[in-house]
Design a protein around this ligand. Structure first.
Ligand code: ADP
Length: 495
C-alpha cells in the first residue's frame, strides 16, 4: 500500500499508493494499477491503485455518510476553517517533499513547485478557511406580514476531477471552496500525475478531518471519472481539463441534472499595441506562454502585434525566450523549462509544430525535440511567425511551449482576431493608453483580461472562462457560489 521513494535531490519519503477512502488507503477492487512515469527519464516511478466503478461507489458512499454525520455536519464554519488551516500548516511543513514529488512526477522545475505551487495550496486553503464562518444568508425585508431569510447550505457530495498540469493547485482550488461550504468530496486525480495528492491525503487525516469528508482516488478518466460523473449519489461535478472531455462530462451529468463547474481549454490572445512598453510586453509574453512547459489553459499562445512595432517586438521576445527558457533537468536550479508531462503530450506538441511548418508558418526559434542525456519529453521553446489566422497553430490549443505571432493594423482588427476563437478563457493586452486598455478589455470575449501582464492569476480573483472555455468560476469570493445552495425560508407573520 506504500513504497519508499527517493529523488535525485536526495529527498526520501514513503509514498502512499492506495485509494484514499474513509481516511484509509485501500486497494482497488480488482487490484488494477496505473504506472506513473518520470517524464525526465522516461522510467516508471511506481504504480498506484486505479479505481473501478465499484471503488467509486465506495468512495461516494463514504462521502455521503460523512455528509450526514454530525462529526462534519454539525461543525460550525469556524471549526471547519480551523481544520483547513491545520491542513495548510501541514502542507507547509511538508513543502520540500511535496515539491520533490511534483518535480519527479510532473516534470515541472523543483524551484517552481516549491516557490509557487505548494504556497498556492497553502494560500487557497487559508483563504477559504477564512470564508468558512463568513459565508451566510440574508434577511429579506418584504414587510411586516412575512419574515423571510436565506440559508447557504452545502450541496452534498462533490465529485471533483482534475488535470495533470497543476496537480496540487487544481486540487486546492477545488477542495478549498467545497470544504469551506461544508460539502464532502470525492477527488479524482489525473492518471498522469497521481502522487503528490496521495501524499496530501495522509495530511488530511493528520489534520483531523472526519473519515469520508475527503476521499481521493486515482483511476482512468473513462472508467473512474465517468463512474463519478454518472453516480446518482453525487450532487455536483467540478472539472478542469480539455474542452472535449468537458462536453462529455456535461452530457453525462445531465442524466441526474448535477450542478456542474467546468474549466476547459483556451487559446488566449496577447495584444501588443504600437504604444506598448515593448520590453515589458516581451517579458510577460514569455511568462504567458513558456511557464509550466506551456501547459497552462490560460497560456497566451497567440501574440498579436501592431505592424509598426512587429519586427522590434519579435526581436525582443526571441531574445527573452533565448535568455530565460533554459531547458533541462527540472531538479537543476538553473532550469526554467522541464519536459512535457507524457510522451502523448510530447508527440502532440511536435505534431502541431509539424503542422505549422506544413501550413507555411516560419519557425524563428526552436521547433525540435531537446532530449537531455538522450532521454525525456523535452521540446525546445518554439516561436512561429508568418502565421495566418486559419492555421491550426493559431486556432487549436497546443498545450506546449509553442507560440504563434501575428501582425495587425487597427484596434478593431486586434479585437476581431482576439475573438475569432471558440475559446474565451484569458486575454492580455499591452498599451500605455489607459482609455484604450479599458475599452479593449471590455470588448474581449474572455473570463479574464490582463492589462500590461499575462497569467499573473491570484487566488483572491475569480478564474474561469466564457464560450467553450467553461462554465462557472473558481477562486475569489465568486468561487463559493458553485458550492452552496441558497435556501429561502418564508415565515408567515400574520398567523
Ligand atoms: P487530457 O486530454 O489533457 O488528459 P482530459 O480532459 O482528458 O485531459 O483529463 C482531465 C481529467 O479528466 C483527468 O482526471 C481525466 O482522467 C478525466 N477524464 C478524462 N476522460 C473522462 C471522462 N470521460 N469522464 C470523466 N473524467 C474523464
Amino acid at each position: 500500500m506504500e513504497i519508499e521513494l527517493a529523488a535525485p535531490n536526495g529527498r526520501k519519503w514513503t509514498q502512499p499508493l492506495g485509494l484514499f477512502i474513509n481516511n484509509e488507503f485501500v486497494k482497488s477492487s480488482n487490484e488494477q494499477k496505473i504506472a506513473s512515469i518520470n517524464p525526465t527519464t522516461e522510467e516508471e516511478i511506481c504504480s498506484v491503485f486505479a479505481a473501478t466503478a465499484d471503488d467509486v461507489d465506495k468512495a461516494v458512499a463514504a462521502a455521503r455518510k460523512a455528509f450526514k454525520d454530525p462529526s462534519w455536519r454539525s461543525l460550525s464554519g469556524t471549526e471547519r476553517g480551523a481544520l483547513m488551516v491545520k491542513l495548510a500548516d501541514l502542507v507547509a511543513q511538508h513543502a520540500e517533499t511535496l515539491a520533490t514529488i511534483e518535480c519527479l512526477d510532473n516534470g515541472k522545475p523543483y524551484s517552481v513547485a516549491l516557490k509557487e505551487n505548494v504556497p498556492e495550496v497553502i494560500n487557497v486553503l487559508k483563504y477559504y478557511a477564512g470564508y468558512a464562518d463568513k459565508n451566510f444568508g440574508q434577511v429579506i425585508d418584504v414587510g411586516p406580514a412575512k419574515f423571510a431569510y436565506t440559508l447557504k447550505e452545502p450541496l452534498g457530495v462533490c465529485g471533483q476531477i482534475i488535470p495533470w498540469n497543476y496537480p496540487l493547485d487544481m486540487a486546492a482550488w477545488k477542495l478549498g471552496p467545497a470544504l469551506c461550504c461544508g460539502n464532502t468530496v470525492v477527488l479524482k486525480l489525473a492518471e498522469q500525475t497521481p502522487l503528490s495528492m496521495l501524499y496530501v491525503a495522509r495530511l488530511i487525516k493528520e489534520a483531523g478531518f472526519p473519515p469520508g469528508v475527503v476521499n481521493i482516488i486515482n483511476g482512468h478518466g473513462r472508467e473512474a471519472g465517468a463512474a463519478l460523473v454518472q453516480h446518482p449519489g453525487v450532487d455536483k461535478i467540478a472539472f478542469t481539463g480539455s474542452t472535449a472531455t468537458g462536453k462529455e462530462i456535461m452530457k453525462m451529468a445531465s442524466a441526474t441534472m448535477k450542478n456542474i463547474t467546468l474549466e476547459t481549454g483556451g487559446k488566449s490572445p496577447l495584444i501588443v499595441f504600437e504604444d506598448a512598453d515593448l520590453d515589458l510586453a516581451a517579458q510577460w509574453s514569455h511568462i504567458g506562454i513558456m511557464s509550466n512547459q506551456g501547459q497552462i489553459c490560460t497560456a497566451t499562445s497567440r501574440i498579436l502585434v501592431h505592424e509598426k512595432v512587429y519586427d522590434e517586438f519579435v526581436g525582443r521576445f526571441k531574445a527573452k525566450v533565448e535568455e530565460i527558457s533554459v531547458v533541462g533537468d527540472p531538479f537543476e536550479e538553473t532550469t526554467f523549462q522541464g519536459p512535457q508531462v507524457t510522451r502523448a503530450q510530447y508527440d502532440r506538441v511536435l505534431s502541431y509544430i509539424k503542422s505549422g511548418q506544413e501550413e507555411g508558418a516560419t519557425i524563428v526559434l526552436g521547433g525540435e525535440p531537446l532530449p537531455q542525456k538522450g532521454k525525456g519529453f523535452f521540446i525546445a521553446p518554439t516561436v512561429f511567425t508568418n502565421v495566418r489566422p486559419e492555421m491550426k497553430i493559431f486556432r487549436e490549443e497546443i498545450f506546449g511551449p509553442c507560440v504563434a505571432i501575428v501582425k495587425f493594423d487597427t484596434e478593431e482588427e486586434a479585437i476581431q482576431l482576439s475573438n475569432d476563437t471558440t475559446y474565451g478563457l484569458g486575454a492580455a493586452l499591452f498599451t500605455k493608453d489607459l482609455v484604450r486598455a479599458h475599452r479593449v478589455a471590455r470588448e474581449i470575449e474572455a473570463g479574464m483580461v490582463w492589462i500590461n501582464s499575462s497569467n499573473d492569476s491570484d487566488f483572491r480573483i475569480p478564474f474561469g472562462g466564457v464560450k467553450q472555455s467553461g462554465i462557472g468560476r473558481e477562486l475569489g469570493e465568486a468561487g463559493l457560489a458553485p458550492y452552496c445552495n441558497i435556501k429561502a425560508v418564508h415565515v408567515n407573520m400574520a398567523a
